[in-house]
Design a protein around this ligand. Structure first.
Ligand code: GLN
Length: 303
């Protein structure tokens, strides 16, 4: 970034303080269409300075070192060309935990935190009558769902599957980082194809690929060009994989157990129908995210 690009000649000689770098970069990211330009700038500058975001707020007047500015400038350039912030810094916060991500994993989204909250609520219902639960996260990606739930539910055991060995490497790293790798069995598998044991689970969770080919072509470049297509796209209708997971519940979800799936509001109606038509569930609920969109399908198997 060159000094004076904000157009005010009297600014030219001002020092590049933390605050000024943040302001300039926020304007730059905004002009590039970022939804969260200030947050992006803060995460990148904090990363360049090896500090927390909070620490930036108390160092607004400081001038970053030359080395920090060079590192920051390179990250700003990459973000400006569309690369997601999480991939630039290599991690993303999810449910107050830090998760490593790579170009092989979907970047965890805040919407998926609703799935975690719903699973925690449902689990409390289950513990009323049983203990020692076996749970599964299908299509674990970076491992966010299995790792977060294993961490919050100390007496659960997990299977986490993914079709991508490169995603599983990241998920295993995250499980180790959060001290739950002894309770999660990572399996390279399409859905549950390679998982023979356990036969049945108390909870089946998944944030499966659920967008259509058409929706994919209209996605913003920062998603379309940088995140794995196989983690996003289901097929022509968007419901293909959700339908398969619902089908699996017949053999693999225990009586009284819960299946909790993320979906898009566009296919909520069809997913509800699939769940009801399966006749497997005593309860089929559709839950909304913070934007009011129908985002989760939460089902209880007939007991
Ligand atoms: N479970 C992971 C997540 O929610 C990955 C999901 C996916 O790849 N579709 O981020």
């Amino acid at each position: 970034m060159s000094q004076g690009e904000n157009g005010k000649s009297e600014d030219r000689d001002l020092p590049w303080t933390v605050l000024r770098l943040l302001q300039w970069t926020t304007d730059f990211f905004r002009s590039r269409g970022s939804d969260s330009p200030r947050l992006d700038a803060e995460i990148l500058l904090a990363h360049a300075r090896s500090c927390s975001r909070i620490e930036l707020y108390t160092s607004y007047a400081q001038e970053p070192t030359e080395e920090e500015r060079i590192a920051f400038r390179e990250m700003v350039r990459r973000r400006g060309s569309g690369m997601p912030v999480a991939q630039i810094v290599g991690y993303r916060e999810f449910y107050s935990l830090s998760f490593r991500v790579s170009e092989a994993t979907l970047i965890p989204r805040p919407e998926t935190e609703h799935l975690v909250i719903e699973a925690l609520d449902r689990f409390r219902q289950l513990t009323e009558f049983r203990s020692g639960h076996q749970c599964v996260d299908i299509g674990t990606g970076s491992g966010v769902i299995a790792v977060t739930l294993a961490k919050h539910l100390p007496n659960t055991k997990w299977v986490a599957t993914d079709i991508s060995p490169r995603a599983l490497e990241i998920a295993i790293w995250n499980a180790e980082q959060h001290g739950v790798s002894d309770r999660i069995d990572f399996v390279e598998s399409n859905l549950l194809d390679k998982v023979t044991e356990p036969r049945q689970f108390s909870i089946i969770c998944s944030n499966p690929p659920y967008i259509t080919e058409d929706e994919f072509t209209n996605l913003e470049a920062t998603v379309k060009e940088f995140e794995p297509k196989s983690a996003l796209v289901s097929g022509p209708t968007g419901t293909e994989i959700i339908q398969q997971v619902i089908g699996l519940c017949e053999d693999r979800l225990m009586a009284g157990g819960f299946c909790i799936l993320e979906m898009s509001p566009m296919i909520a109606e069809s997913c509800m129908e699939l769940a009801i038509e399966s006749s497997l569930f005593s309860e089929v609920n559709c839950l909304r995210d913070l934007s009011g969109h129908r985002r989760l399908l939460s089902m209880q198997r007939i007991a």
